[in-house]
Design a protein around this ligand. Structure first.
Ligand code: AMP
Ligand code: MG
Length: 319
């Protein structure tokens, strides 16, 4: 990325002999100051009158570039800024009086919609130590013995972390509904249970970013055929994926319902048109950036006397 070290925006702390380098004050294309701002949250938020059939997965709302060719530079720039915010969030949680905040990104979408691609391309941009990823599969016997939120609660990220759920509590109003795994009144009651759960999370400091990766059945077909034509991708394919394709309309109806019923002020849903992988990655990274900017975590003040410690370290060298 041709890093230039000059003008890194050194900032004096209150103890004036200490300088710190703030990557968010870095110059050129990667600065938070000149990165094109958009309000993607407003553009992508699921409204109460959402109709998925009216949102085309080829669309690219809010994208500041001219198409695919601009995406690598934009996403790389975002990565640098995201890394800096992520480090601040993590650092903030390490001090005693910290506000105990974290971020939880929920990724939902049909098979091949790009949930794991987003994990790789977006969250691969930041320090893995600050990231906690969990992919929810078919529940185990033990998980089925508990309430459907039991396994979800156990994976909520700790303070300072960015958690990512690849599938989530929403499977319990999706596959469970479409495949008739429980009675309708059981999954019906889950919308409210999920909203209450998410409200509790938000009140205890979790910023939820819920992303539905929206693709067309034609795009899915192309991606599945691509998997089948390459032996290095066979591990990603499951013959069961064809069954879910034949229930496409039922899934879209189930998605439409949950996007409307569980898009709340504390935990809105975002519909990401995801036929274009470059847009999908840019959009999820941008949403994460907008939320981190709003949270605005700060570098914690040292809880020791910096001058005293400089003297102590200097003297220890002399000894
Ligand atoms: P994948 O994400 O492709 O590895 O597939 C995981 C599978 O687990 C998908 O077919 C999901 O529908 C399924 N799954 C996840 N959560 C649940 C759940 N609560 N009940 C039933 N199936 C689930
Ligand atoms: Mg799969």
């Amino acid at each position: 990325m041709g890093k230039k070290k000059k003008d890194t925006g050194s900032v004096s702390t209150k103890k004036s002999h200490v300088k710190k380098t703030d990557p968010m004050a870095a110059p050129a294309a990667v600065s938070a100051q000149n990165y094109p701002t958009t309000d993607l949250r407003a553009a992508l938020r699921a409204d109460p009158d959402l109709y998925l059939g009216g949102i085309h997965p080829d669309d690219t709302p809010g994208y500041p570039g001219k198409g695919k060719k601009d995406a690598p530079a934009l996403t790389a720039a975002l990565g640098t800024i995201l890394s800096a915010w992520q480090e601040r969030l993590y650092a903030e949680s390490k001090v005693k009086e910290s506000p105990d905040r974290n971020v939880l990104v929920i990724l939902q979408g049909m098979d091949t919609s790009g949930k794991s691609g987003v994990v790789r391309h977006v969250f691969g941009l930041v320090d893995p130590q600050g990231i906690k990823i969990h992919a929810f599969k078919q529940p185990t016997k033990e998980e089925l013995e508990h309430d459907f939120l039991w396994r979800i609660r156990r994976q909520v990220p700790g303070p300072g972390m960015i958690g990512i759920f690849d599938r989530s509590q929403y499977e319990d109003v999706l596959v469970v509904r479409v495949d008739g795994l429980v009675e309708p009144h059981v999954w019906e009651n889950r919308f409210e249970a999920i909203n209450e759960f998410e409200l509790d999370l938000a009140r205890s400091g979790t910023k939820l970013i819920k992303c539905f990766l929206h693709i067309t059945p034609q795009e899915q077909q192309a991606r599945l055929l691509d998997r089948l034509s390459d032996s290095t991708k066979h591990w990603k394919y499951s013959p069961g994926d064809v069954a879910a394709r034949s229930q496409w309309n039922e899934y879209m109806e189930a998605y439409n319902d949950l996007l409307v019923r569980c898009s709340t002020d504390v935990a809105p849903w975002y519909v990401i048109p995801a036929n274009n992988k470059w847009y999908r990655n840019w959009a999820v990274a941008s949403l994460l950036l907008e939320h981190l900017q709003e949270m605005a975590p700060q570098w914690p003040e040292a809880d020791f006397d910096v001058a005293e410690q400089i003297a102590a370290v200097s003297n220890s060298l002399a000894a």
